[in-house]
Design a protein around this ligand. Structure first.
Ligand code: GCO
Length: 264
C-alpha cells in the first residue's frame, strides 16, 4: 500500500526545537545567515563574536524577529577566553550546547613567497585551531550526554587552491581532515561531525572579489551555476547536518558551490 504523504512527519526530521546551537562568528556574514536559519528551524541560537557590542546588537535583532537567541562574546582564537566563556555559558543559563557550528573564518591573502609568518599563523589560528579548541570544550558535554552535532564550515579551498590563498587553503584543508578525525573518535558517542564547503558566496570576506570585474567574470564563468552564492543558500545544508535527518552521516563534507568542484 502506498503510504499517504505526511509532510508534517517529513518535516519533523528537520525540527530543531529544544536544541541549543552555538554558531561561532555569527554576528555577521555567513555565520549570521546560518544562525538565522537554525533559529527559524526552532533552535535557540547562541550568537558569538569578539565584539560584545556587535553581539548584543545581533541578539536584539534576533529577539525583535521573535527568534530565540543569546549572546556569547568570545575570541575563539584565545584559548583561555574559550574555556572561560563556554564554562560560564554552560553553567549560567545557556545550558548544554547541542549543535556547534565552527564558522569563524578570516583571510590574509598574499603570495606565499611574500607571506609573513604572522599572516600565516593568524589564518591557521582563526580558521583551524579555533575549531579544535571550541569543539574540544563543547564535545566533552556531548560525550557525557551521548548526543551532539558539530558542523565545520570548510571551503572549496579544502580541496582547491588559488594564488595568494595558501594560508587559507592549508587551514581549510586541515579543517576537512579535522572533521574526519572528530568523526572517527566521537561517532561512537552519537555525535555527528560533518562539514559544509561553500563555493564563492557574496560576503564581507569576498567583497573585494565581487567588486573586481575581471574576477567576477572569471568566477561566474568557472562556476556552472554562473553566479555567486547567496548566504541564505547555506542554510538548508546547515539544518540537515544539525538535525536528526543526518543521524547516520559522519565525517562528510558537502560542497555548496554551484557545481564548481564538479567542473574542470
Ligand atoms: C578567494 C575567496 C575564497 C572563498 C572561499 C570559498 O580568495 O578565492 O575568498 O577563499 O572565500 O574559500 O569557500
Amino acid at each position: 500500500m502506498t503510504p499517504t504523504p505526511d509532510a508534517a512527519q517529513g518535516l519533523t526530521l528537520f525540527d530543531l526545537r529544544g536544541r541549543v546551537a552555538l554558531i561561532t562568528g555569527s554576528a555577521q556574514g555567513l555565520g549570521r545567515s546560518i544562525a538565522t536559519g537554525l533559529a527559524r528551524a526552532g533552535a535557540s541560537v547562541v550568537i558569538n563574536g569578539r565584539d560584545a557590542e556587535r553581539v548584543a546588537e545581533a541578539v536584539e535583532d534576533f529577539t525583535a524577529a521573535r527568534l530565540a537567541a543569546t549572546g556569547l562574546a568570545m575570541d575563539v582564537t584565545d584559548e583561555a577566553s574559550v574555556v572561560r566563556e563556554l564554562s560560564h555559558a554552560r553553567d549560567g543559563g545557556v545550558g548544554p550546547i547541542d549543535i556547534l557550528v565552527n564558522n569563524v573564518g578570516v583571510h590574509r591573502r598574499a603570495p606565499l613567497e611574500d607571506m609573513s609568518t604572522q599572516a600565516w599563523q593568524a589564518v591557521l589560528d582563526a580558521n583551524l585551531t579555533s575549531a579544535f579548541t571550541v569543539s574540544r570544550e563543547v564535545a566533552r558535554g556531548m560525550i557525557e550526554r551521548k548526543s551532539g552535532k558539530i558542523i565545520n564550515i570548510c571551503s572549496l579551498m579544502s580541496d582547491l587552491g588559488r594564488p595568494t590563498t595558501g594560508n587559507y587553503a592549508a587551514a581549510k584543508g586541515g579543517l576537512r581532515m579535522l572533521t574526519r578525525a572528530m568523526a572517527v573518535e566521537w561517532a561512537r558517542h552519537n555525535i555527528q561531525i560533518n562539514g559544509i564547503a561553500p563555493g564563492y558566496f557574496a560576503t564581507e570576506l569576498t567583497r573585494e572579489l565581487v567588486e573586481d570585474d575581471e574576477f567576477n567574470r572569471w568566477i561566474c564563468g568557472r562556476t556552472p551555476a554562473h553566479r555567486w552564492g547567496q548566504p541564505d543558500e547555506l542554510v538548508g545544508a546547515a539544518i540537515y547536518f544539525a538535525s536528526q535527518a543526518s543521524s547516520f552521516v559522519n565525517g562528510q563534507v558537502l560542497y555548496v558551490d554551484g557545481g564548481l568542484t564538479a567542473a574542470i
